[in-house]
Each structure stands twice: as C-alpha cells, then as structure tokens.
Design a protein around this ligand. Sequence first.
Ligand SMILES: Nc1nc2c(c(=O)[nH]1)N[C@H]1C(S)=C(S)[C@@H](COP(=O)(O)O)O[C@H]1N2
Ligand SMILES: [Mo]
Length: 420
Amino acid sequence: MVAEGPRESRHEEIEAIVERKDGGVCSVRDEADKYTVVGAADRDTFANWLTPIEEHFVCHRNDIPERDADAWEISLTGGLEGTLSVADLEDEYPTVSVAHTMECAGNGRGQHDPETGSVQWGFEAGATAFWSGVPVRSILRDHGVDAADDRWLTVVGGDQSDGDDVFARSIPLEKALDDCILALEMNGQRLPREHGYPVRLIVPGWYGVNNVKWVEELRVTDSMVVEGALDRPGEHAVWQQESYRIHPEGVEPETNETVEAVDTWEQLEGAVEQPYTFDANVMSVIGTPDGASPITLDDDGTVTVYGVAWAGDDAVERVEISTDGGETWTDAELFGPDYTGAWRLFRYEWDAEPGSHTLYSRATDELDRTQPARISDPDEWRDALEDDAYPWNEGGYAANAYEPNGVDVDVRPADSSKNE
Ligand SMILES: Nc1nc2c(c(=O)[nH]1)N[C@H]1C(S)=C(S)[C@@H](COP(=O)(O)O)O[C@H]1N2
Ligand SMILES: [Mo]
C-alpha cells in the first residue's frame, strides 16, 4: 500500500519550483504532504490566454524521474510491439502543437464543506499552454492500429511510487487517435522536468490526471486498466479505478473494464455510477479585477472585467457576469483564440458604481450545461445537480461551482482632485 507519512523531499522540491518560477506560483496546502503542488500565485493569471510556464501550476505524487532523454525508452505493449526512444519520436514522426487547458481534477477541492483530504486547491490549478510533439495517431498507425473499435490506450508514467502503485491511466482509443500527443515541448521550450521531461501525454481538454508525465509505456487493450493488467509488479489500477473517481462518502468505486459515456458531466448525470474524471466540466474564473486592491473609477465610470472559461473538449457557448452577488446576470463577450480543448477569453464592460460588489462569472457549454452555484452538502449527492449545486464528493473532484470563485471588489469614485 501507499505510505502515509509526510515526505521531506516534497518541501524541497516545492521550494525549488516556486523559486525557479519566480513568484508566478505559490505552494498550496496538501494535508499529508504526499504531492508536490504549486498553483498560480495571482488571479490575473486568468486574465490572459496563454499561461507562461512560470505561472503554470504543478501537481504530481511521486519523485521526478532523473533519467535524461537519451536514456529514456517507451515500451509498446498490449496490441503493440517494440520500443520508442526520444530520438525516434523526434526523427521519425511529424511534430504538431496543441493548445490544452490543464485543470487538476482536484481544483476547487478546498471549497468542499466539510473539508475533503489531500490538496486544498481553490482555483489555482488551471492553466493553458501550447504543447508540441508527436500525434499519438501517427505512432499507433505506424504500429497497425488505425481504428478505435471501443479499445483503450493505457499510458504509464516512469515515476516510482514510495508504495507499490503504478501511475497508469487509460483513455479511450478514440480520443487518443483524435487529438492526443506525446509532448516534448511546452510553450516552445523543452519540457521542464516537473512538467514531464522528456515526454508526456497531452489529452486536450481532459483533467490533468489523464495527462501522464514521464511516459514509459503505451498499451492498447480492450479494457481500461484493471488490477493485474500490466506486465510488472505492484498495483496497476489505483489511479484509474480508485483515485480520481467521483462518489459520496464511504463508497468504494466499482472497477469497470469499459464505460459507455466518457464525458464527465454525462457520467455525473447518471450514465456512470461513480464517474471517472475525464474531460473537464464547464468552468470559468475572473482574472481582473482581482479584488486585491480597490479600483478607482475612470471618468467614464467603466471597469473592464476579464477572465477565462473552458468546458473540456466541448465548446464554451456563453459566459454571464453578475456584479450584484448573483441577483442579475449579463452576457460577457467571448474573444481571442478558439481551440478545442483550451479556454476562451471573455470581457465585460461594467458600468460600476462606487461601493462594494461581489462579481461572479458563470459559463455554459455547447451542450447547454451551466456551472452550478455552489457545492452541495454531502447528503445531497443525487439531487445536487437539479438543485443548482455540484455534488460534494469524497475526493473533492471536478467541482465547477461559481460562487466559491467570486471576487469582492471595492470601487472608489473617480478622483475629483485632478479637476480642481
Ligand atoms: N506520471 C505522472 N503523471 C502525472 C501525475 C503524476 O503524479 N505522475 N500527476 C497528474 C496530475 S494529478 C495533474 S493535475 C497533472 C499536472 O500537470 P502539470 O504539473 O504539468 O501541471 O499531471 C498529471 N500527470
Ligand atoms: Mo491533479
């Protein structure tokens, strides 16, 4: 089993990352100190489309593998055969770039009441980067796989656990063939070690956990990973079948070989009993004003509200803003880059009055699913969604309520002294 005690190495690794990222991130509380976690330090990370590497959150459980690219090898297993070196990826395959909004499935966990364990994220664990590398499709086709046939791709990380669990995640082969890549670069630079150097999987629009860092095995099978599925010692299915499942308190998630619905929201609506955290639920965050200091009005009395909204691999249809604590709502304007799997910018010209205001943003996706207002109580599980609440769940996963992410803004009158 997984060891429980705090790990000294976490602190050193976190401090080193925070220092290297020079103020763009800060460390986030992890009750048992099992994870290395840093999150965006400032709300205005969410006022820009591309997140600089310096502001991109980091989240992983084990120590970072130290092997370099020239010693790295990916095994191809299951329906595949052979190995791939990083040089093979660079020399024998095309390179593409994809835009991807990475959101930790535990983002918003710190907003659950009563508190759930593990990393107490607010909204800091979201970021958008360009990732470049080899389309998974090119590799699979080259190895004779060109139809999904309801099969799965299991991807294994080379990070050694201090227990005996293997970091393995499965995604439907259909998604893998569609737009996933094995990334070697992030925002045009060699992958930083903490983001998966030398090679990581990118699953555009899907929760962070699916984006396996330090990839060392690709396996094609009829089933998603279950215990005993891999040719190696240890526990194989912890990260797919136990952790990162959405369920009420005290429930042990059932192992499934396959599921009919992968869209996380569709699963939550009842398609799967204990949903898997696959594509990201519709979500938004206001970037500016950030509420940190009062705003002094311009002569024309308007304040521009900027933020970002995303909906996994579905499109964002609409973003509404409330400047009166949720009483009334007005549409914001979507603008800027528009890539599947990445967030959209929004802006709203607010005719502000002096005083204190609570601002909310609320996004709706192309399937007409809107962010709920709050996170439910634990006993509301099945009725929560109908009651405009996100279901409180034991792991604190995939929360997308808007009220906990509101920003309180103090507005001051235009400076009259300059007219005197
Ligand atoms: N091998 C491996 N990959 C991993 C993890 C991990 O612990 N080990 N953590 C996952 C989780 S929970 C998240 S949120 C993302 C975070 O990616 P980032 O650190 O590049 O932001 O990586 C994912 N990939
Ligand atoms: Mo995560």
